[in-house]
Design a protein around this ligand. Structure first.
Ligand code: SF4
Length: 475
């Protein structure tokens, strides 16, 4: 995934706004981060750092004295280092992007057909996404035309933020609005932000949320639409259920509120269907499973508890060692049991989702090792049947990596892959078979998934505007 923040102010330094605003996006990216500023006297300044093992703030505080200017942008990213500084006939500008380009190789080859075109190569031989987007933009006469054309050519999803020579911001939300762009307004300027909460403490209030495909140009006194929003939207449902921060709002729905509601809907449906298990307490798999579990506990009347906690003071989420063995060890070290709440107890756990199931196995073993009598598992979203092809969402590379698809293959071979809808529905014979196969695999006493209707009810906006491709395979 990734996140970004940009600010443009009237005569006041934007450096600290961008520094703190970008830092508030650290939950969205763990690989690299960068900031760029434009100063009317000095021009551009920029820094990019690897943040795999050190948080954003620690990495960038030494750069702060090097930066100046009334406008700037910053980002955290799970992919390529950015923002990039580009010089073209459109001037010098800084660009950062968020999304995925599935047809990158084709677009690069097309560029090569114009003789003399070249890209900087990363050590993998790949081209930085933002550089490719810049190359597409630079083909056009204006930023507006270039961004529109780039978004049209890209198969995937691409939001773009540009800091121009002269200090304006240009913000372009991806064509289907899969990820958000918020604009905040203060007494002396504007900001753009992925997360709506990132600017409140910096003195900005909500101004607007860009619509799908909308392009705005922003200066200290004005936020002007360059290209109107399209009619159709497919905003990512996982913003609410998994990766958004609790106090963020998207399309008017708060993340934490949605998660409580989601857990309530799950418990309500189980009460109606008569399959609410008899448990001693309800718990969430930390961290994002917790609010779904609170909702479930509130509705089911079972007490909420925290039978295992994460040790976070010295293991920030961004700590991602390259070595797999060390990564596994770190995952283990982070999980701490509260034995008094586990021994001899019947526990119901709610996780935000069940993707490949790797982490889940360790969690369950750890609970049984700590003396749990029963472990019941609930997923706050339906079985994931398709890997995301719109965002750099690290949760699935190929469809057959997904737990549900693997289990279906084990149960029925290729024939099973033709009945995914049935398998996704826990009330059908196939759905029941999949649930019991997963229970057996992991040693759960029961397993339940939120239904798609339940998830959409909890989000609460027009369901046609929500991307559900992960579950339905429908675009
Ligand atoms: S496919 Fe899934 S993860 Fe990707 S945008 Fe759609 S809902 Fe989000």
């Amino acid at each position: 995934m990734g996140g970004f923040f940009g600010a443009v102010t009237n005569g006041r330094s934007a450096v600290l706004d961008v520094f703190f605003g970008t830092d508030y996006h650290s939950h969205l990216g763990t690989s690299s981060a960068g900031m760029a500023f434009w100063d009317s006297e000095k021009g551009f300044s920029r820094a990019i750092h690897n943040i795999k093992n050190t948080p954003f703030r620690t990495k960038f505080e030494n750069n702060l004295h090097e930066f100046s200017g009334c406008s700037g942008i910053g980002c955290v990213s799970d992919t390529d280092p950015q923002p990039l500084l580009v010089r073209s006939h459109l001037g010098v500008y800084a660009i950062m992007t968020l999304g995925i380009i599935n047809n990158a190789e084709k677009l690069i080859e097309e560029q090569f057909s114009c003789k003399g075109v070249q890209f900087m190569s990363m050590s993998s031989g790949k081209v930085n996404c933002s550089e490719l987007v810049a190359a597409l933009i630079n083909k056009a006469r204006t930023f507006e035309e270039g961004i529109s054309k780039a978004q049209e050519l890209i198969d995937g999803s691409m939001s773009i933020v540009i800091l121009t020579e002269g200090g304006q911001l240009i913000a372009a939300r991806d064509a289907m609005g899969r990820t958000p762009i918020h604009v905040g307004r203060s007494d002396d300027g504007f900001c753009v932000s992925f997360e709506s909460f990132a600017y409140e403490k910096l003195g900005y209030a909500d101004y607007k949320e860009l619509g799908p495909g909308e392009i705005d140009v922003i200066s200290p006194d004005d936020c002007r639409v360059l290209k109107e929003a399209g009619k159709d939207m497919k905003i990512c449902a996982f913003l609410w259920s998994y990766y958004g921060y609790p106090n963020s709002n998207y399309e008017g729905t708060n993340v934490e509120v949605m998660r409580y509601r989601n857990g309530e809907v799950m418990a309500r449906n189980e009460i109606v269907n008569g399959n609410l298990p008899k448990v001693d307490c309800v718990a969430g798999v930390p961290d994002s499973g917790i609010p779904h579990a609170i909702g479930y506990a509130n509705k089911s009347g079972k007490p909420f508890a925290r039978p295992f906690v994460k040790y976070t003071p010295t293991w920030p989420r961004s700590f991602m060692p390259d070595n797999q063995q060390v990564r596994n060890q770190v995952a283990k070290m982070k999980q701490l049991p509260v034995r008094e709440l586990i021994e001899g107890k019947k526990l119901l756990f709610v996780d935000d989702s069940i993707v490949r199931g790797t982490q889940l196995r360790e969690t369950v073993e750890f609970l049984y090792d700590s003396g749990a009598q029963e472990v019941h598992m609930r997923s706050a979203c339906p079985p994931i049947m398709y890997a995301c092809k719109y965002l750099n969402f690290s949760r699935g590379n190929s469809d057959m990596d997904l737990l549900a698809r693997r289990v279906i293959q084990e149960l029925e071979g290729d024939e099973g892959q033709k009945h995914l809808d049935e398998y996704a529905d826990g009330t059908t014979e196939r759905g029941k078979c999949m649930l019991s196969a997963i229970c057996e695999k992991f040693g759960f006493d029961s397993l339940g998934y939120q239904s798609l209707d339940g998830l959409l009810e909890a989000i609460g906006i027009d369901r046609d505007k929500i991307c559900t491709y992960c579950w339905t395979g429908k675009e």
